[in-house]
Design a protein around this ligand. Sequence first.
Ligand SMILES: Nc1ncnc2c1ncn2[C@@H]1O[C@H](COP(=O)(O)OP(=O)(O)OP(=O)(O)O)[C@@H](O)[C@H]1O
Length: 285
Amino acid sequence: MENILEINNITKKFKTFELKNISFSLTQGSIMGLIGANGAGKTTIISSILNIQPIDSGNINLFGEKHNKLDLREKENIGVVYDENCLPDELNSWEINKVFKGIYINWNSDTFGSYLKRLDIPNNKKIKELSRGNKIKLNLAVAMSHGARLLILDEITSALDPIMRNEVLKIFMEFVQDERRSILLSSHITTDLEKIADYITFLDKGHIVFSEEKDLLMYNNIIIRCKNIEYEELDKNGVIASKKSESGVVALAKADLRYYCEEKGLVHEEPTIDEIMLLLSKEDK
Ligand SMILES: Nc1ncnc2c1ncn2[C@@H]1O[C@H](COP(=O)(O)OP(=O)(O)OP(=O)(O)O)[C@@H](O)[C@H]1O
């Protein structure tokens, strides 16, 4: 399958932070969740992809072309939403429609109108009068109405109530269904990613811990909860990371250890993305 986005070995250095040798790719028709603690570098990667932040080394390809060589028309293939409003405050949504009809070659007023309805966005209010969640939804409706093939969404779902979040997740899954479009989505709400992501890329302090197919991540690993003494007897070759406390040990382990756990009666279960993040961002093995 063709890659819509390829990031090859990029680095970017700030005074107190560095993106180190970041590589991952996003195939057509898929959703990738970009996860990591505050300050891990997610927004810096997004700014690098969009060429807002020049990278120090490495290269980025979008739709098979260098990311800094895209012309205006090709840039229309990208829809971007941040966790803040980027639209003019004084306009209402119908005025937004008029303005973007004149800017984007592939602007589709019907698509925009249907997203306004579906996302329950009031269309008679100026943007500055909308709630934070409605502002984000309006930015999202714009991003999905100009024929973009790649949506880049930086932490937008936390502003939405659970019912609307669910609707938005459905919209994302529909968006990629034609197998030509993809979504890169940074989010701290990992349960959303468990529902919709095909791939998870985990960043920790500027480097990639893993970039993997979500189903494989869940299938190939288990979480074991056991007493300290039981942990001592575990084959450590199968343990990827662990966290000890007075009440026992939580370990992320290769799924092969499932049989050992069953034999010994140890509690083991499918990991959550949160648990994987917690265990892998602490070097506590
Ligand atoms: N223009 C800049 N100049 C200097 N440092 C920067 C700049 N932009 C980002 N940083 C630093 O880079 C690091 C990564 O920031 P970034 O915003 O990419 O993290 P993040 O993973 O998106 O975090 P969050 O989840 O809080 O949004 C931070 O330490 C931040 O202070």
